[in-house]
Design a protein around this ligand. Structure first.
Ligand code: GLP
Length: 242
């Protein structure tokens, strides 16, 4: 795990953008994308750049069950709004929140991932160490599946909804096994409220109780954090990464 501590979220997002650019120059075809507040500045860098994504494919991590693509709280809407409307991709995939049958939808999405192997996956991290919507306790062996969100995730994500009761209780999410298939991963985290999850992810045991800790077992993982998110890391973790 390579750890890069940036001064600010903006600086960290620039570092992530440069890494994406470098990989695209080397010919990667498929980006795995994430939602949430964390990648917003990265998507700004992408939309403000002269990089051309029209030959690229994107595969998103997750979507709320029950939300239509045009619902302003859906992750499909988020992606259109923050990135795809300004920078068209050849193909973009997000799970279908309105799918009638959960098993069919997760199987369809697994096929999407199989047909479009992800070269570079962008990840954020939840305060409890979740990645995608793989909450603590999720099996490391799982592919795309339907997830019941935890109270802490519902609470954290309620800031985007008028009312906490409007936050969907379920989501479709790539599983840890799907995420781990990506050839390269960039995980970003900014702010004090991510410091504990980052410490557990980097220094704690590899455990399903903290899903992101699985990344310790993978090559080609770059963690980009700001000083606040790095604040609980022991000096030796940062030293190793100089
Ligand atoms: C949601 C998303 C995750 C994201 C996390 C953190 O639960 N499913 O992909 O990483 O929130 O969100 P934020 O970046 O807003 O802190």
């Amino acid at each position: 795990m390579k750890i890069i501590v940036a001064d600010t979220k903006k600086e960290g997002s620039k570092v992530a953008f440069d890494l994406i650019k470098e990989s695209m120059n080397k010919g990667i075809k498929t980006l795995g994308l994430a939602t949430g507040s964390t990648p917003v500045d990265l998507y700004k860098e992408m939309t403000n750049s002269d990089l051309d994504f029209s030959n690229m494919t994107s595969v998103n991590l997750d979507e709320y069950v029950g939300l239509a693509p045009e619902d302003t709280q859906s992750y499909r809407y988020f992606m259109q709004d923050h990135l795809f409307n300004q920078k068209p991709f050849a193909k973009t995939f997000v799970p279908n929140g309105l799918a009638k049958d959960a098993d069919e939808e997760t199987a369809r999405y697994n096929k999407v991932i199989e047909d479009n192997p992800i070269d570079l996956q962008i990840l954020g991290i939840g305060r409890n160490g979740h990645i995608g919507f793989n909450e603590p306790g999720s099996s490391f062996d799982e592919q795309t599946h339907k997830v019941a969100l935890t109270e802490s995730t519902i609470e954290a994500n309620s800031v985007y909804f008028e009312n906490k009761n409007d936050v969907p209780r379920y989501a479709y999410s790539m599983g840890i096994a799907s995420i781990m298939k990506s050839k390269e991963i960039i995980l970003m985290a900014f702010g004090k409220n991510k410091a504990e999850a980052i410490k557990g992810m980097v220094e704690g045991p590899v455990t399903e109780d903290l899903p992101a800790s699985v990344l310790q077992t993978k090559d080609n993982v770059t963690v980009i954090i700001d000083k606040d998110a790095a604040s609980l890391l022991s000096p030796s973790s940062l030293e190793e990464n100089k």
